[in-house]
Ligand binder design. Structure first.
Ligand code: HEC
Length: 380
C-alpha cells in the first residue's frame, strides 16, 4: 500500500543508543536515514554515511574565479585598453590590483555560499521542515535523540519502518504525515499580498502627510529660503564700515576696463580722444551722461544737478571757461580717477563709454556757447 507519510521518527534516550541504532536502520534499507539531535554528536556524519558538503569546494572555485576576474579586468583596463603611467610605476603593476581582487574574491565567494546553500543544497523556497511539526520536536531540542527513516519514493512502508526502528532500540516511534506542499503562489494569495502592500502604503502615506502637516517640526525644503544672506543696500556688521555693499578691492581691474596709463591729471593733458565724432558715439556719450553724470552736473553740465543740499559738495560747472579750455585728456582723467567728492567712474564705464562722454561734454559746452558759424546750416 503506497504511503503518504513523510517519515517515521524513532526516539532514543541516549546518544549511544542512537549511534548503535544507525547501522541497523541503514541495513533495513526502508528509506533515507537521518538523525535529529539537540547538539552535534561526534562521528554521526560518518555513521550516517553523509557525503561531505560540496559547498566548500564551490566557494573555493568561485573565489578563485573572482580573483582572476578582478585581476584580468584591472590589467586589461590599465595595461591594454587605456595604458596610463600612474605615480611613475610600470604599466600593469599588479600590486595595486590586490584590494579590488580581494573584494571581488569575497563577493563571488559569499554569493556562492549564500545562494548555493539556500537554493541548491537546502532546496528553498521551502517554509518550515516537516520535523518541526512533529510531537518529538520538543524533545529533539532538549534531551531526546531521533533517528528518522524518511520516505524516498512511493513505496515507503511506514509500518515496516516503525517496526525496524523499534527493533533497533527506539523507545517510541512517531509517524510523520507528509506536509502539505500545495503551491502557495495562488492568485488569491498574490491578490491578498498586493492588496496588503497597497493598503499599507496608503495608510503610511496619509499618516505621514497629515502628521507633517499638523505637527510641522521640520518644514521640508526651506533651507534655501532660510539661508543667511544680505539684501542690497542693507547694513552689515561683517565689514568695519558697516556697509553690506563694498567697493571693489583697490587695484581691481574689470575685464575690458583698462586703467589710464597716465599718472597725474596734468600728464593726461596730452591724451587724444580716440573716438570719431559720429552719431553713434554721441548717442553712447549722451546715454552715459544722463545716467551717470547728470544727477550731479545737471542736464547741460552747468553744475546744477538734481541732488539736494544733503550732498555736501558742489559739482563742477562744466560750462565754465576753465573746463571749456580743459584738454579732453584732463576730463577723461577726472572720469577715471574721480576728483575730491566726485567718485571714480572707472569701474562702471568701459574705455569707449569714457571717451564717448568726453565728446558729449564737448557737445554740451558748444551747444551752450554757440557762435555764429555754429548756426550755419550745413548743406548735406
Ligand atoms: C556724485 C556726484 C558726481 C557725479 C555722478 C559726477 N561728478 Fe563730476 N564732479 C563732481 C564734483 C563734486 C566735482 C568737483 C570736484 C572738485 O573739484 O572738488 C566734479 C568735477 C568734475 C570735473 C572737473 C574735474 C576737475 O579737474 O576739476 C569733470 C570734468 C567732471 N566732474 C565730469 C564728470 C563726468 C563726465 C561725470 C559722469 C561720468 C561726472 N563728472 C559725474 C561730482 C560728480
Amino acid at each position: 500500500m503506497p504511503e503518504t507519510s513523510y517519515a517515521v521518527l524513532g526516539i532514543f534516550d541516549t546518544p549511544n543508543a542512537l549511534m548503535a541504532a544507525i547501522p541497523k536502520a541503514r541495513a533495513a534499507k526502508l528509506g533515507a536515514v537521518e538523525a535529529y539531535t539537540p547538539y552535534p554528536i561526534h562521528g554521526i556524519d560518518e555513521a550516517l554515511g553523509l557525503r561531505k558538503s560540496p559547498l566548500g569546494g564551490m566557494v573555493l572555485v568561485m573565489g578563485v574565479i573572482g580573483a582572476l576576474t578582478a585581476l584580468g579586468f584591472q590589467y586589461w583596463i590599465s595595461a591594454v585598453d587605456y595604458p596610463i603611467i600612474t605615480g611613475g610605476k610600470p604599466i600593469g603593476s599588479w600590486e595595486a590590483f590586490i584590494p579590488i581582487m580581494f573584494e571581488v574574491t569575497v563577493l563571488f565567494a559569499t554569493f556562492t555560499a549564500g545562494l548555493g546553500m539556500l537554493f541548491l543544497l537546502n532546496k528553498l523556497p521551502f517554509f518550515g521542515h516537516p520535523v518541526l511539526a512533529s510531537k518529538a520536536i520538543t524533545g529533539i531540542t532538549r534531551d531526546r535523540y531521533v533517528l528518522a527513516l524518511e520516505a524516498e519514493d512511493e513505496g515507503f512502508d511506514s509500518t515496516a519502518a516503525a517496526a525496524a526502528l523499534r527493533a533497533a532500540g527506539a523507545v517510541e516511534v512517531e509517524v510523520l504525515p507528509a506536509p502539505d506542499r500545495s503551491p502557495f503562489l495562488t492568485s488569491a494569495f498574490i491578490l491578498r499580498t498586493l492588496g496588503g502592500i497597497f493598503l499599507a502604503c496608503l495608510v503610511a502615506g496619509v499618516a505621514i502627510y497629515s502628521l507633517t502637516k499638523w505637527f510641522p517640526l521640520l518644514k521640508p525644503m526651506v533651507y534655501m529660503q532660510d539661508q543667511p544672506r544680505l539684501n542690497a543696500q542693507k547694513p552689515s556688521a561683517f565689514f568695519k564700515d558697516g556697509h553690506g555693499m563694498q567697493k571693489p578691492v583697490p587695484g581691481t581691474v574689470a575685464r575690458g576696463h583698462l586703467p589710464t596709463a597716465v599718472g597725474s591729471q596734468d600728464a593726461s593733458a596730452n591724451l587724444v580722444n580716440p573716438l570719431p565724432r559720429t552719431p553713434d558715439v554721441f548717442a553712447v556719450g549722451k546715454k552715459v551722461f544722463t545716467t551717470r553724470c547728470e544727477v550731479c552736473h545737471g542736464a547741460v553740465g552747468n553744475g546744477s544737478g538734481s541732488l539736494t543740499s544733503a550732498y555736501g559738495a558742489k559739482a563742477a560747472n562744466l560750462q565754465s571757461q576753465q573746463f571749456r579750455d580743459y584738454p579732453d585728456g584732463k576730463i577723461y582723467w577726472a572720469i577715471v580717477n574721480g576728483k575730491n567728492a566726485m567718485p571714480s567712474h572707472a569701474p562702471y564705464l568701459s574705455e569707449r563709454e569714457r571717451w564717448a562722454v568726453v565728446h558729449y561734454v564737448r557737445a554740451l559746452q558748444r551747444a551752450q556757447n554757440a557762435k555764429d558759424e555754429d548756426l550755419k546750416v550745413v548743406a548735406r
